[in-house]
Design a protein around this ligand. Structure first.
Ligand SMILES: [Zn+2]
Length: 170
């Protein structure tokens, strides 16, 4: 599975537990769980091909919510990219007008140091001093799946080699 803005869907996208027919084309597999995707219509799951080809557009289901400016990039992010594995509606960061790639839920190993961690914070409406404590809550070891995340998750993104993160709590 390969997506422009989502590095590791097998590990970090919400998938159904066992093989099921895609709600759009009926092909059977372990597909993206769309039960939590907001929209006009509701479907259980969608396969990689249907998601990539934009089948959610006609269904008016938004995988990721973002201000829709009709650009190819925002349409790709909103309708053709797996949803971030968040508890709340965490917005995808925008960096200098571009969407960074979601890499994984972060651990301490994803950063060189606490300073490196703090300087790549890209959430809005918070000072770095308010979220310093998050460093101590980061898992020590690299995560392979969103299922390994705790009650607090740091979502790591990259753009042109730079790191960015936002966070969310259960
Ligand atoms: Zn399908």
């Amino acid at each position: 599975m390969e997506f422009r803005y989502f590095r590791d869907p097998e590990g970090f996208a919400l998938l159904v537990d066992s093989p099921q027919p895609c709600s759009v084309c009926s092909k059977v597999g372990v597909w993206f769980d769309t039960g939590g995707y907001p929209g006009i219509n509701e479907i259980d799951c969608i396969c990689e091909d249907c998601l990539k080809s934009g089948k959610l557009i006609d269904l008016e289901i938004e995988a990721n919510q973002f201000y829709d400016d009709d650009s190819e990039e925002s349409v790709t992010l909103m309708y053709k990219t797996p949803a971030l594995p968040t508890w709340q509606e965490t917005a995808w960061p925008l960096v200098n007008g571009e969407f960074p790639v979601f890499e994984r839920i972060a651990s301490k190993q994803d950063f060189e140091s606490k300073d490196d961690f703090l300087k790549s914070f890209s959430g809005e409406g918070q000072e770095v001093s308010e979220i310093e404590w998050l460093w101590d809550r980061l898992p020590e070891k690299k995560l392979n799946s969103y299922k390994d995340a705790g009650d607090v998750s740091v979502y790591l993104f990259t753009l042109e080699g730079n790191k960015y993160w936002v966070w969310d709590a259960n």
